[in-house]
Design a protein around this ligand. Structure first.
Ligand SMILES: *[C@@H]1O[C@H](CO)[C@@H](O)[C@H](O)[C@H]1NC(C)=O
Ligand SMILES: *[C@@H]1O[C@H](CO)[C@@H](O)[C@H](O)[C@H]1NC(C)=O
Ligand SMILES: *[C@@H]1O[C@H](CO)[C@@H](O)[C@H](O)[C@H]1NC(C)=O
Length: 452
């Protein structure tokens, strides 16, 4: 098999630049905040890392259910939490994003201070007049939360478990499991990075379901029963499957994959660019390099604020590295969103509407050990555990390119592009059960509109 792994043995236990371990929920964030903002005179190269004033503006903003933000003068905007990592507010034509505050003592003791933020970035909706800001929640106050990050025993090695694979194939007939010999002997840490990185565990989103509106219901009644961007009247709009190797960069591959595909769709396939995940891994402050990140902040926010570059500008190394200074053409997105408008509002119908209308969408799901062994069919979690391998549930970002229904069984599925090479699964793709929020896959879909 042509799967090439770049094995980096040491990265796993250095937590210096980890995917943030903050774990703040919607209820922790909702309420009244004061933002303390510095001078609005910077550009996107502003460094907010150690922002310490001077404070020029103090803004009092109330974050209301479900996604309404209101300032002291009554101006309205909107907001969303970004997974459990932080939150973005758009009000008075300015965008504010910051990660929630946390400390990590390096030994697994993590404290989230959900009523505070790390210094964040604000700018107007045209991407101008950047400033740094900090913030403090005024009411209701949320306490600190301490949790312990489970760490793996250093040096754990992955072993194929034949009995595990046999069991998977015995208990169900929807999908088939197989051994992948090339995984044998890899550090378990590498396998987990491939699955999204151990810090990418997120709690289930609050489900704020409003159900489908009348408009979307009437649209859906005329929507295709099945759809596949790899074959729209014989034309393929999906760029080739790639391999992320051992870097926890699935969020960058899935994000670039969406932009590549949507650029093809927007240009009738006449512009076929491969975008560089390495640029995101090495340069984005909205994500944590090979230790993880989240598509909303990459396909969305990074692509809007900084743009993405073609692969040959910053070829993939699969490692963290210094940001390349090379000047290249950058592509930007005009708009980005969680499907449903904010985190918590996603559902199957809205995903189908967005996917067919505008192109593939980035989705994330919980990876359990059986998924590793997927060879083909319609995946669902079997509940089985491997007897050999220590395991942590991670959150893996991938690209949904279509959907359908199995004629014989009536089982509905999504068609999804992975970033584990073409030798994995169904030529690099997999299908997963649709309509039941399997492994959380219908809860955090992201879409962005690329400017061709
Ligand atoms: C994050 O917080 C939620 C809700 O408070 C909790 O259920 C979940 O276990 C937490 N996750 C971690 C990794 O501590
Ligand atoms: C964990 O970290 C918090 C905050 O830094 C601290 O108050 C607490 O004592 C620590 N607990 C342990 C067991 O180290
Ligand atoms: C799109 O491309 C196809 C194949 O090159 C071509 O036949 C078709 O006319 C194009 N459509 C438009 C609207 O240009």
């Amino acid at each position: 098999m042509s799967v090439l792994y770049v094995i980096v043995l040491c990265i796993f236990f250095s937590y210096a630049a980890a995917d943030t371990p903050a774990n703040c929920t919607y209820e922790d964030i909702r309420g009244v905040w004061n933002f303390y903002e510095g001078e609005r005179s910077g550009s996107n190269d502003i460094d907010c890392t150690n922002f310490d004033g001077p404070i020029v503006n103090t803004l009092k903003i109330e974050l209301l259910f479900p996604n309404v933000a209101v300032d002291e003068l009554g101006n309205k905007g909107y907001w969303t939490i970004v997974y459990n990592q932080g939150f973005e507010v758009v009000i008075n034509y300015r965008k504010f994003f910051a990660f929630s505050k946390y400390t990590d003592d390096g030994h697994g003791n993590v404290t989230s201070y959900c009523d505070s933020i790390l210094a964040g970035w604000s700018h107007d909706v045209l991407g101008k007049n950047w400033a740094c800001y900090t913030g403090k929640k005024v009411a209701p106050t949320s306490g600190i939360k301490v949790h312990y990050e489970k760490r793996l025993v250093e040096g754990a090695i992955f072993r194929q478990d034949k009995n595990f694979i046999r069991q998977i194939n015995k208990v169900q007939k929807s999908w088939v499991a197989t051994a992948y010999p090339e995984l044998e002997g890899l550090p378990v840490a590498t396998i987990l990075n491939r699955n999204g990185g151990i810090k990418s565990r997120i709690h289930r989103s609050p489900k704020i379901g409003f159900g489908a509106s009348e408009v979307s219901k009437s649209l859906l009644s005329r929507w295709p029963e099945q759809f596949d961007w790899r074959d729209v009247n014989g034309v393929n709009y999906v760029s080739p499957v790639r391999n992320q190797g051992s870097c926890g960069s699935c969020f960058a591959f899935s994000s670039m994959g969406m932009l590549e595909s949507r650029l093809r769709i927007a240009t009738n396939n006449s512009v076929q660019v491969t975008f560089a995940p390495q640029d995101v891994v090495s340069c984005s402050e909205y994500s944590q390099g090979c230790e993880g990140g989240f598509p909303y902040l990459v396909a969305g926010k990074y692509a809007q604020d900084f743009g993405v570059v073609p692969e040959d500008c910053n070829p993939y190394t699969g490692k963290d590295g210094k940001c390349s200074e090379k000047e290249c053409k950058r592509y930007y997105v005009a708009d980005y969103k969680y499907i449903g408008g904010f985190y918590g509002a996603c559902n199957e119908d809205l995903m189908k509407l967005e996917l067919v209308a505008n192109g593939p969408i980035v989705v994330s799901f919980e990876v359990y050990p059986d998924f590793q062994q997927y060879k083909g069919g319609i995946y669902h979690y079997t509940g089985l555990q491997s007897g050999f391998n220590p395991f942590l549930i991670t959150n893996h970002a991938v690209l949904a390119v279509g959907y359908g229904t199995e004629p014989k069984t009536g089982e509905k599925f999504w068609i999804v592009k992975n970033s584990w090479g073409e030798g994995w699964g169904e030529n690099g793709f997999f299908r997963i059960r649709r309509g039941t929020d399997e492994c959380n896959i219908e809860s955090i879909a992201v879409a962005a509109k690329i400017i061709p």
